[in-house]
Design a protein around this ligand. Structure first.
Ligand code: CO
Length: 303
């Protein structure tokens, strides 16, 4: 068909059609050139977040967590962040540079990671966890943030977690501990409502072993309640064990220190023979598995 046989209307129609095809071609080229408008390829990362510790002995347990996490998620980029400003500053002076969660997340976003699971290595879902959650949430809605960002819950979140951890703690006690000796577990404690985890743990332990007591440094139950329980039970020896992720400052000083107000000094004053155990919960692979199960649950929600 030659153009001569086309009427004016038809010619105009053909021109408009050709123009439309041109616009479509140009449009596609423009979209391809502006790469940031096309969807990014999925790139997964895990961020492990802890309060941190400046005690190098205690920090060794983080190496265990790191190794276990890498074994479980071998194909995923794994990073760490410390929430404590004081600890990060202390470590920076020793040349060890650790990021705050907000910095670690910004770096991941900048490096093109789109799918990120953040695992809280906290013991309870308390204030620090709430703060972390707020930081992570801000990246979900940020224009340069992630396509998908999810969080794994702290160690003691569900009743199942608490029972699992309680059994692991009892299993991990020194073999020399005799049944007629008490175990005093030192939890951190908090003004936050999540402090309820500690009396819940005390109850769970009491059902598993009536001579295992739970106290806290900064919450409830207080040491005085534990002293009452020890008196009532009539035991003469107490093993002092941190119910904390690492045997850091609280375990070394508030629990096992030589100062008059340490738990060891106070209980010794009550006539109890004290046997401190300087080992945090994160040194126990069975307990690390609880955190990593929470991480696996979170990772399920990534693409
Ligand atoms: Co503290």
């Amino acid at each position: 068909m030659s153009i001569d046989f086309l009427g004016r209307k038809q010619v105009r129609g053909l021109i408009i059609s050709l123009a439309l095809v041109g616009v479509l071609i140009l449009g596609t080229a423009a979209t391809a050139a502006a790469g940031h408008h096309s969807p990014k390829a999925d790139k997964q990362a895990i961020l492990l977040v802890t309060f941190g510790t400046s005690n190098s002995e205690a920090a060794k347990v983080f190496e265990l967590i790191d190794a276990m996490a890498r074994k479980r998620f071998p194909d995923t980029e794994i990073r760490w962040a410390y929430t404590s400003v004081i600890i990060r500053k202390k470590l920076a002076k020793q040349g060890k540079l650790l990021d705050a969660p907000v910095v670690a997340l910004a770096k991941l976003a900048d490096e093109g990671y789109t799918q990120v699971a953040v695992q809280s290595l906290h013991v309870i879902p308390g204030q620090e966890f709430d703060d972390l959650r707020a930081v992570v949430a801000s990246f979900a809605h940020h224009p340069e943030g992630f396509t998908n960002v999810v969080m794994g819950m702290p160690l003691l979140t569900s009743v199942q977690d608490m029972e699992r951890v309680a059994r692991a703690v009892l299993k991990g006690l020194p073999a020399e501990r005799k049944n007629d000796e008490a175990v005093v577990l030192m939890g951190h404690g908090t003004h936050h409502r999540a402090n309820a985890v500690y009396p819940a743990m005390a109850f769970i332990f009491s059902r598993l072993d009536p001579r295992v007591f739970v106290g806290t440094v900064e919450g409830y139950p207080e040491l005085d309640l534990v002293r009452e329980q020890i008196r009532e039970s009539g035991v003469k020896t107490a093993w002092l064990v941190p119910l904390m992720s690492v045997a850091g400052d609280h375990a070394l000083n508030d629990m096992a220190g030589e100062e008059d107000d340490s738990w060891k000094s106070i209980l010794t004053g009550d006539g109890i023979v004290c046997r401190p155990v300087l080992k945090g919960m994160a040194a126990d692979p069975a307990i690390v598995d609880v955190w990593l199960d929470h991480l696996a649950e979170a990772v399920k929600h990534l693409n």
